[in-house]
Design a protein around this ligand. Structure first.
Ligand code: HEM
Length: 221
């Protein structure tokens, strides 16, 4: 009796966390699509006015944006198929394309940071690029060694970092007053929003994971 209660508690806990994961993925997909349509797609019109101060660096920026789009789209598909444990051949292929997108995105990003001013913003973006590289390489190494639970965890971390540019826009578009208060100038604030856009999501994810382990919703591994 006790074990069946535990079992049904565990099953309902699992299905409610699945519902929450699916809900979060729906929100992430909609927000990512909005970012791609509003911010990324207009660069393909090749209009100097839209590029603004980035016009002299247009080629590396377009390379970066192409990699970023592939990573964002494939990363979202990866989590959908990984969560449902279905279409695993498709999952493997979108995973490989995700890796290529991240590699191209990082290369373009690092080339962009060579000319980013002020320095504090450049440093923040290099920090983001490093986190993108490290989380993605660990997720890849984990699956190459057959460590599926570890791969899942690090793919979520890699995706949260991929999502940082979207998070950055969510903060600056919806909380402009808060963003402005983070720095003594707009550039200073942009550097701090960049740090927050990946460190806070990773920290929240960590707190959730460790609490689930601590309170028994997940086995320790
Ligand atoms: C997560 C790691 C990323 C890093 C380190 C990074 C880095 C950069 C850098 C250095 C710039 C130039 C900023 C400037 O000098 O003003 C830039 C711009 C841009 N990036 Fe990324 N990026 C990342 C992810 C992405 C992703 C996933 C996308 C999705 C498409 C993306 C889309 C863009 C766009 C559209 C711009 C032009 C500026 C804007 O409209 O926001 N980036 N990025």
């Amino acid at each position: 009796m006790a074990s069946s209660a535990t079992l049904s508690g565990g099953t309902s806990g699992k299905s409610s966390s699945r519902v929450i994961s699916i809900g979060l993925l729906v929100v992430a997909s909609v927000v990512a699509a909005r970012f791609l349509i509003h911010y990324a797609a207009p660069y393909f019109r090749w209009d100097p006015k839209y590029f603004d101060y980035l016009w002299p660096h247009r080629v590396r920026l377009i390379v970066h944006i192409c990699g970023g789009i592939v990573a964002l789209v494939c990363g979202t598909l990866q989590l959908w198929t990984g969560l449902r444990q279905k279409a695993m051949t498709f999952h493997r292929w979108t995973g490989r394309i995700y890796l290529v997108g991240v590699a191209v995105g990082i290369t373009g990003a690092l080339l962009m940071t060579l000319s980013t001013t002020p320095k504090a913003f450049g440093v923040a973006l290099r920090g983001l690029a490093t986190a993108w590289l490290v989380t993605t390489l660990i997720a890849w190494a984990a699956i190459l060694r057959g460590r599926v639970p570890m791969h899942k965890e690090w793919m979520v971390r890699s995706y949260l970092v991929t999502f940082a540019f979207v998070t950055f826009r969510v903060i600056t578009d919806n909380l402009p007053g808060f963003a402005a208060r983070l720095g003594s100038s707009a550039d200073d604030a942009a550097a701090n929003v960049t740090w927050l856009s990946w460190i806070v999501p990773l920290a929240v994810y960590e707190v959730i994971r460790q609490s689930r382990r601590l309170f028994g919703a997940e086995p320790n591994s």
